[in-house]
Design a protein around this ligand. Structure first.
Ligand SMILES: Cc1cc2nc3c(=O)[nH]c(=O)nc-3n(C[C@H](O)[C@H](O)[C@H](O)COP(=O)(O)OP(=O)(O)OC[C@H]3O[C@@H](n4cnc5c(N)ncnc54)[C@H](O)[C@@H]3O)c2cc1C
Ligand code: SF4
Length: 338
């Protein structure tokens, strides 16, 4: 049993004040990841600062036609929000492919971005892990690495980021609004998560004591031509082996704009602007999509147990782009269960 203090934040400024005053404290939102980590002794916060009563639970339209999603909007509410269903179906599809309905009811938008990797060694404090204990080594590189990275990994860590929602946010160029001791700032989703390099203990570019207050979606939701495909060992309640978020704008039978992000393959949602640019002006057909997949995966590298992911990703990219082009997205679920 770990002893810890508990307090409730009264507003965002109070939350930031409390965490700045006690560096080993942690915010708790839905608790669906943090409490598991505490039970496994991976996280040992001195205090839990409960942010669940803060007024960050609304989804609002922004003056430029986008949406601002409060950090405490539950994942279920977001997936089934009418504006998300109509204008950003990619987000709903990605969220509904993850976890279970009960978990999605508890999980928050901000917490989803900050969930930690599911690398089994990270959760097992008896094994070396550079992410949990910097300098101790990486058990996965020569160990059981079936779920691990094929892109952007380092000699220090080959873990992947587990979020589905973040892959859709990456394709839509979302922004993350944060509040901290130095004031408020906005981080592009592309710059929010980090590659492991030699500092795998740092998952994101959040500064110490900052909290996420909202996610902002730009006006363009690619509602007509987008798709999220998640390949996993079971059809539900499993993390991605590979996932793909694709969004296309078509004009006169050609691709005007193409965006693709991969999940389950790297320490952050993976985008490659050169692969996207190579599709511009081309016909939305299998040959174009195969060339884009080849470009996206040209630097992919497998380990002992996950080389299969490279071909899996190639096929998934082509299939997801084809679904997006045809306007026949993957349907994850259409019923809300309370
Ligand atoms: C069995 C299981 C299966 C799952 N399957 C999937 C899946 O398939 N796909 C998927 O994407 N996810 C999956 N998840 C993960 C789930 O989506 C996350 O656990 C959830 O989104 C985290 O949100 P939370 O509010 O519960 O975060 P918490 O557990 O409360 O917090 C997580 C971290 O974020 C910090 N934090 C929370 N809110 C803020 C904030 N506003 N500002 C700053 N820091 C904050 C906390 O301090 C903590 O470090 C699964 C989880 C479980 C337990
Ligand atoms: S892959 Fe990363 S999280 Fe997993 S054991 Fe290696 S250092 Fe730890």
């Amino acid at each position: 049993m770990i002893n810890f203090q508990y307090s409730r934040a009264t507003d965002v400024a109070d939350a930031v004040r409390q965490i700045a005053a006690e560096p080993d404290a942690k915010f708790i939102a839905g608790g669906t990841n943090l409490l598991d980590l505490m039970k496994d002794f991976v996280e040992r916060p001195s205090r839990l600062i409960d942010i669940t009563r803060l007024p960050l639970t609304t989804v609002e339209e922004t003056p430029d036609g986008g949406l601002r999603i409060g950090a405490l909007v539950p994942n279920s509410d977001l997936a089934y929000h009418p504006l998300i269903e109509q204008r950003y179906p990619l987000i709903g599809s990605a969220i509904l492919s993850g976890a279970s309905q009960q978990l999605r009811n508890m999980a928050s938008t901000g917490g989803n971005l900050l969930q930690r990797t599911r690398c089994a060694y990270f959760y097992d404090i008896a094994t070396p892990c550079n992410k949990r204990e910097p300098g101790s080594g990486c058990s996965a590189i020569d160990g059981h690495n079936r779920m691990h990275a094929i892109l952007g990994a380092s000699d220090a860590c080959i873990a992947v980021h587990p979020s589905d929602m973040c892959v859709a946010l990456a394709v839509l160029d979302a922004k993350v609004h944060v509040a901290g001791p130095a004031g408020n700032r906005t981080i592009a989703i592309e710059d929010f998560h980090r590659l492991p390099a030699d500092t795998p203990h740092l998952d994101t570019n959040l500064h110490p004591h900052e909290m996420i207050t909202a996610i902002e979606l730009p006006a363009r939701g690619f509602a007509s031509n987008s798709s999220y495909l998640k390949i996993r060992d079971r059809l539900s309640y499993a993390f991605a082996l590979v996932s793909v978020a694709a969004a296309l704008e078509l004009e006169g039978g050609r691709i005007k704009e193409a965006r693709v992000a991969l999940g389950g393959v790297a320490h952050k949602p993976w985008r490659d602007r050169a692969a996207e640019a190579a599709m511009h002006g081309q016909a939305p057909d299998a040959a174009t999509f195969r060339r884009a997949a080849d470009l996206l995966l040209q630097n992919a590298k497998g380990y002992a147990h996950n080389t299969f992911k490279i071909e899996l990703a190639r096929a998934a990219i082509v299939r997801t782009l084809t679904q997006a082009a045809r306007g026949t997205p993957q349907v994850q679920s259409n019923k809300k269960i309370q």
